[in-house]
Design a protein around this ligand. Sequence first.
Ligand code: SF4
Ligand code: SF4
Length: 121
Amino acid sequence: MTQLKGWRDIPIGGMILEAGNAVEYLTGGWRAFRPLFGEAACIHCMQCWLFCPDSSILVDVENEKMIGFDLEYCKGCGICASVCPVNAKVIRKGGEELERDDPRLCILMVEEGKFGEEDSE
Ligand code: SF4
Ligand code: SF4
């Protein structure tokens, strides 16, 4: 177990002395909901990549395609689903209020543990 620092050991102002140490915190453990690809076809516009606060959108750089979610760091905030233009189109087209786990969406948000991990990408 990591030894917790006492108040005398913590730098003034809580400064971060080692840049890039966020990679050590697997924020995916905080998640209550998780993003999944739905039925609607992704147009690879990368809006989700641009807005994800945890850099958790996986991209095939060579082919310029969004390919899934990095669940080690994805906190399940749902921002990707909110900004996805394909989601907006599906919702508008349906003319009804869709649940956030409706499979017709491009990115849907499901409760953690509801579907298998293999469905995530
Ligand atoms: S999932 Fe949506 S926001 Fe992300 S690349 Fe595909 S269409 Fe764009
Ligand atoms: S839910 Fe979407 S926007 Fe939020 S952390 Fe996960 S991948 Fe990023």
